[in-house]
Design a binder for this molecule. Structure first.
Ligand code: C5P
Length: 228
């Protein structure tokens, strides 16, 4: 994708966070929202409840998976987890940049070698800067983003508030994933650094992550269509 084509949101850059507690709930949303939504995010809650089976379900449906387990551990443990992610045929995975350079490099290396070994595509390695539920300064986010990019990340997660600064300052090509997306009329929940989909895309985000505004809507497909 080039920057010129990114000002529209569609089923290739809207990611719905499947923050639900059972396989059946996840299946309900995937069946309802695909193909209007082409990427689903599986996080701690769903992965703990349903495991790899849910990933298989999403893949068989034809959609992509963003496995957001935000790995943070000693480098060897993170590398082992990344290798397992490659086996699950995942589009994107996350690590915490604050886990350190060695940890991020080990993750990047593991993704490359395992993908090569299995002749599979390599998942994009996305680094979490600072959670969008926390207040922070754009300078801190920039520092983490730079550090992560130097250690081999494909991109970062950050709020819409920091996107412009990152795009202006970091000259290389990289992916920005932005959660904390809230239509003007939605409650902010526990998110502190929020923006509308339009604001985030205009600032330069590549992918938008939306959870509760869609999952808790009376009509989730309509909520997706409104965002689109
Ligand atoms: O429900 P809501 O739209 O707030 O969901 C946002 C999703 O993005 C959640 O699954 C959350 O774990 C995730 N996320 C985030 N902030 C980050 C990284 C991921 O909110 N920095």
């Amino acid at each position: 994708m080039t920057r010129d084509t990114l000002y529209a949101i569609n089923n290739t850059n809207l990611i719905v966070a499947l923050d639900v507690d059972t396989f059946d709930r996840a299946r309900y949303f995937v069946d309802k929202l695909y193909p209007s939504v082409g990427i689903f995010k599986v996080g701690f809650q769903l992965f703990t409840a349903a495991g790899p089976r849910v990933i298989e379900y999403i893949r068989n449906k034809g959609a992509e998976v963003f496995l957001d387990l935000k790995f943070y551990d000693i480098p060897n443990t993170v590398a082992c987890a990344v290798r397992q992610s490659v086996r699950l045929d995942i589009r994107m995975i996350t690590v915490h940049i604050s886990g350190g350079k060695e940890m991020v490099s080990a993750a990047a290396q593991a993704a490359r070698t395992e993908a090569k070994l299995l002749r599979r595509r390599r998942p994009l390695l996305i680094g979490v800067t600072v959670l969008t539920s926390r207040e922070t300064s754009p300078a801190d986010v920039l520092k983490l983003a730079r550090e992560g990019m130097a250690s081999g990340l494909d991109g970062v997660v950050c709020s819409a508030r920091e996107v412009r600064l990152l795009r202006k300052t970091i000259k290389k090509k990289f992916i920005i994933v932005t959660p904390g997306i809230r239509p003007k009329t939605s409650p902010h929940d526990d998110q502190k650094r929020t923006a509308t989909a339009e604001e985030a895309l205009n600032a330069g985000s590549d992918y938008l992550v939306v959870g509760r505004p869609i999952l808790e809507a009376g009509d989730p497909l309509k909520a997706v269509e409104n965002i689109l």
